[in-house]
Design a protein around this ligand. Structure first.
Ligand code: SF4
Length: 431
């Protein structure tokens, strides 16, 4: 048997988090003088159509419970760091801190908030000469507390402790992980070789199906998983949402490098009975068999247009493209075949034969298809990421009657979809 992993029921009291930490002896190596870094998951912030936070963000309530616990221990030097996706300049980590109540932590507890996007970075080599640039504060902390959410992910199946560390990377390294030659899960699994969490707490107050954003479905789960061994916490978290270690690429890569067992029976589980809490959650979105669009296209009889499925090379700042292009295509469909247009994204898709026009969304896919002989007429939408308005214009110029209001309506509906449901309590995301 190796590391202990605690599974604790969240009862609504701060004692739940304390219990989860105590059960796994989570603070056994902490010193009062330590510089502590807490890394929650504040993936991205949206002002106009706010993200329904359940299962997307680490709950502010548990982060506050943790801060109080550390203060009671005698620690005075506490930082919270994150590198949220910046869809708009100045609307990244700072906006997430503000929107989720973290600014109050500064006043109440003297906690320092750090935007890793603005941090200096240390450079680390992995697997020969590949480089990762990691925020200095993440690497140099004395005691690193990794605080992810119990969620699935549309590219990596799960997003728990290992994946949460990706937020410590500088933008160029995040992009590097999504390069076709990098192998996304192989690349980011190495962050944990340089940022070594002393304690990992998986916030399972809510669990998220088809994450990482709110377009999937959240469930109230009321669970906390904790361990001083991040890999073990991930393995147990994965099991609870229906995945074995062997299912998950990044866990496999990490296990191989560190000679870690990939089966949960090799770890000591304390607290709740794990089998009482297993709830398989889907991670993937269904696409048509001929790879021309999401499953709903088939259901509605949409033909002509083709939106091949996003792949692992689509990085976070372009992550809205599958949604916006799907919804705009739905808005253009009036019951008749649509123009023969193919719409590509990411970094490695190749235009197929048989389309009159090919829309290339973003600098990467333009580059990847510059000499593609299958393209009759290319419509380039430059940008990193390409602006939404330019995507709409490109689709309209290709003969698709795309209506941006349909996309806005979709975002509004997703934003409000848990309203009125008592188990989805926004107070969890206020300090
Ligand atoms: S264009 Fe999109 S896929 Fe390419 S680097 Fe920029 S955000 Fe990533």
């Amino acid at each position: 048997m190796s590391s202990n992993v605690s599974i604790t029921k969240y009862t609504g009291s701060p004692d739940s988090l304390r219990k989860s930490i105590d059960l796994c002896a989570g603070l056994q190596n902490l010193k009062q003088s330590d510089q502590i870094l807490i890394k929650p998951n504040l993936v991205v912030w949206e002002d106009i159509f706010p993200i329904a936070p359940f299962g997307v963000y680490t709950t502010t309530r548990l982060v506050e419970d943790l801060i109080i616990c550390l203060k009671d221990f005698g620690c005075r030097n506490i930082r919270i760091g994150e590198g949220s996706v910046e869809n708009n300049k100045k609307k990244g980590t700072g906006a997430a801190f503000e929107g989720l109540g973290y600014k109050a932590f500064k006043k109440k507890y003297g906690v320092t908030l750090i935007d890793f996007n603005e941090s200096d970075a240390d450079e680390f080599l992995y697997h020969g000469e590949h480089k990762l640039h990691i925020a200095k504060e993440a690497v140099e902390s004395d005691f690193f507390i990794n605080f992810p959410v119990l969620k699935t992910h549309s590219q990596t199946k799960i997003s728990l402790g290992t994946k949460n560390l990706k937020g410590c990377l500088k933008l160029k390294s995040k992009r590097h992980c999504h390069n076709p030659e990098s192998n996304l899960e192989f690349a980011f699994s190495h962050i944990a070789d340089f940022v070594k969490p002393d304690l990992t707490i998986i916030d399972g107050v809510y669990a998220l199906e088809r994450g990482p954003l709110h377009f999937g479905k959240a469930y109230r789960k009321d669970l906390i998983i904790a361990s001083t061994d991040m890999f073990a916490a991930d393995l147990i978290g994965a099991h609870i949402i229906g995945y074995s270690g062997a299912d998950i690429g990044h866990l496999g890569h990490y296990a191989q490098r560190h000679a870690k067992p990939l089966t949960i029976d090799q770890y000591s589980i304390i607290g709740e009975n794990i089998s009482d809490h297993v709830q398989p959650l889907k991670w993937d979105w269904r696409w048509t068999n001929d790879n021309t669009g999401p499953g709903i296209f088939e259901k509605l009889g949409i033909t002509g247009v083709a939106l091949p499925k996003y792949d692992e090379t689509l990085c976070s700042r372009c992550a809205n493209i599958p949604n916006i292009t799907s919804i705009l295509t739905l808005s253009a469909f009036k019951g008749k075949p649509l123009p023969k247009v193919e719409i590509l994204n990411g970094k490695k898709m190749k235009a197929r034969e048989g389309y009159e026009k090919t829309i290339l969304l973003g600098n990467c896919i333009i580059k990847a298809n510059r000499d593609n002989k299958n393209i009759n007429e290319a419509i380039w939408v430059k940008g990193c990421p390409p602006p939404d308005d330019d995507i709409v214009s490109a689709m309209q110029s290709a003969g698709l009657d795309a209506n941006i209001l349909a996309y806005h309506g979709f975002l509004k509906q997703e934003s409000k979809k848990y309203e009125g449901k008592i188990e989805f309590d926004r107070a969890f995301f206020n300090a």
